[in-house]
Design a protein around this ligand. Sequence first.
Ligand code: PEP
Length: 253
Amino acid sequence: MRKPFVAGNWKMNTDNHTSLELAKRIASGSREITSHNASIAVCPPFIYLQSVAKVLSASDIAVGAQDVYFESKGAFTGEISPLMLKDVGCTYVLCGHSERRHVIGEMDELINKKVTAAISGGLLPILCVGELLNERDAGQTEQVINRHIKKGLAGLSNEKVSAVTIAYEPVWAIGTGRTATPQQAQETHDFIRKLIAQMYNDTLANEIRILYGGSVKPDNAKDLMSRKDVDGLLVGGASLNADDFLAIIRAAV
Ligand code: PEP
């Protein structure tokens, strides 16, 4: 049985004060949800990770980073290593978020290095995959997902892949208010799970968690979660509002 997983991606939002307030409100509003029945994480900007992790240290809410570099230290100006993220209390890290792929220009090879380094550094990567609108319209969704997953996980052993969560985030649904239908999400999640079975084995495919992301809101979370292969939700905009994020968590658990 896969445990539901809800993660909030705060992107480049909040400030010193509001990040702490948001974290406190999420922690106090989700006291009844323990790590036995769900995994919950928030991904604040790098600069607030440590203070948010401190506020959440007495709760069951984990902290994740939104990105990571693949080297452990050295002359890489502006970058943050897996060890640094561990050091300030991170458990998870997003790798290959669509804004990093399509705004910053990250390619699959770089994302693969980040996933690999994250696992070696003791973090749990959330590998984000998803097609653009023109790719969906051209019937290329499975081809794109196939590439993102195969290249993103290249070279990882069965044991290492068990540290990974996949997030299916159709790019046309991110921040647009246009959510994939639960049926569209289920179809792609099913495709991903079968791909993992082909690449690794059935046990791993049954265990790996596949999150859906893209305009998740309190009113569509339950429907999305009702699908067999939707194991959790990666939430952007709605995770910046404590009430909305808590409602999404309750819908998912
Ligand atoms: C995201 O940032 O991963 C995301 C899914 O954003 P939103 O929920 O705002 O579409």
